[in-house]
Design a protein around this ligand. Sequence first.
Ligand SMILES: Nc1ncnc2c1ncn2[C@@H]1O[C@H](COP(=O)(O)OP(=O)(O)OP(=O)(O)O)[C@@H](O)[C@H]1O
Length: 237
Amino acid sequence: MSDRTVLELSNVDSGYGEVQVLEDLSLHLDASEIVCLIGPNGAGKSTVLKTAFGMLTPWEGTVTYHGDEIGGMAPEDIVREGIGYVPQTDNVFGTLTIEENLRMGGVARESGLDEVIEDLYERFPLLDDTRKAKAKTLSGGQRQVLAFARALVMEPDVLLIDEPSAGLAPNTADEVFGHVQAVNDMDTAILMVEQNAKKGLGISDRGYVLDQGTVRFEDAASELLDNEDVSKLYLGG
Ligand SMILES: Nc1ncnc2c1ncn2[C@@H]1O[C@H](COP(=O)(O)OP(=O)(O)OP(=O)(O)O)[C@@H](O)[C@H]1O
């Protein structure tokens, strides 16, 4: 950990009910980074995000945000602290308009909601053009942009994103990765889970390879892409 570290999981065990998924897992995210978690199905990648966001309480170990323990804190309190979470599915309300979705994202804000939403419309013009449309009329890629924007209404300095490209055609996935980079350019550090390991690492600063609930490899994203073992075992050759 450096003094630029914003989020850190240290020696975390976590899981569901009696079922342990994460075992002695340690990772960190520094300010302004994009960090990608890759690894096989069931490795525990989504479980890392859920544990960081208070949806699961670590059985052992610590989760710290700017050095303060947040392990097991309620998600609504974690949002107020400055961490946003974009789940893989059901991340927007289809029957609400784009504007209503953005307002829902800001219910925990005490002030400045209109200003921040206008700023997001400027950054994501496609949302501006469709303010009054129901979210269910958006394409998959557009919905993902709305989900990012909704999380950004709280102006988090950390955003946890679960598989932003899931279910999208390759071109659309590329666009969504471009938006992930745009969010990062807004001074938001990003911890992202991604099935498409090559593309995910391609826009990331660093990466962690998870397998069976723990970190097997960690390195600069470019080094992981060049690592023969990682390539053979986890990137499809
Ligand atoms: N709600 C749950 N209750 C019980 N077990 C769960 C639950 N969610 C996930 N698991 C189990 O935890 C393990 C890790 O799941 P997780 O979703 O973190 O994996 P992942 O690395 O994100 O992989 P995937 O790409 O398949 O989502 C899996 O064995 C999964 O079956």
